[in-house]
Design a protein around this ligand. Structure first.
Ligand code: URA
Length: 211
């Protein structure tokens, strides 16, 4: 399981995750925590973004300064609806990234993913893709989203979540072993409804105050 799996154990990430998990955390606080934690996770996920050098003038001298070589070439794909929380954080760091959306819901009895929306930029062949969904539970939605996204031939794909269940990671890696997964934590497992235990509840409901 350890291959292609990065657990981001930074103290700030772990602290913010514990605040998110708390039942008493308000919707507003949960939302801002998800933005903040996503920015911290994005720092690790984007570690290998290429740089190029351009000549700039500081108030003191001219220099060759490093800038992102391909910030516009990144496409962040949010698995709706909870992926939106991660997307907001990442776009604060990389505002020129392009954005895609995949709408998938889990049929409540079978937990089978059903696609109801799909929109990504036309030129994904030229783009590195970061797929985001805060919770990797059974892995079914992530697998279905990546199956579909692979049809658009992106240059590369990474998957970013905040919490994962061991079952979900195993399942995802059976289908997409080459895709790196980044997460802040791996929890105990799933309950009979496919929720992560101890988890943080329904990320979409907590993010949007529905329920
Ligand atoms: N989706 C969630 O939002 N929470 C879980 O625990 C599992 C899937």
């Amino acid at each position: 399981m350890a291959e292609n799996l990065t657990i981001i154990e930074h103290p700030l990430v772990q602290h913010k995750l514990s605040l998110m998990r708390r039942e008493t955390t308000s919707t507003a606080k949960f939302r801002s925590l998800m933005t903040e934690i996503s920015m911290l996770l994005a720092y690790e996920v984007t570690r290998d973004l290429p740089l190029r050098y351009e000549t700039i003038q500081t108030p003191m001298a001219e220099m060759e300064a490093p800038v992102l070589a391909a910030d516009k070439k990144l496409v962040v794909v949010s698995i709706m609806r909870a992926g939106q929380g991660i997307l907001d954080g990442i776009l604060q760091l990389i505002p020129s990234a392009r954005v895609g959306h995949v709408g998938i819901y889990r049929e409540p009895h079978s937990l089978v993913p059903i696609e109801y929306y799909f929109k990504v930029p036309d030129d994904t062949e030229e783009r590195d893709m970061l797929v985001v969904d805060p919770m990797m539970a059974t892995g079914n939605s992530a697998i279905a989203a990546v199956d579909r996204l692979k049809q658009t031939n992106p240059k590369s794909i990474k998957f970013l979540c905040i919490l994962a269940a061991p079952e979900g990671i195993r399942h995802f890696q059976e289908h997409h072993p080459e895709i790196p997964i980044y997460t802040a934590a791996i929890d105990q497992g799933l309950d009979e409804h496919g929720y992560i235990i101890p988890g943080l509840g329904d990320a979409g409901d907590r993010l949007f105050g529905t329920k």
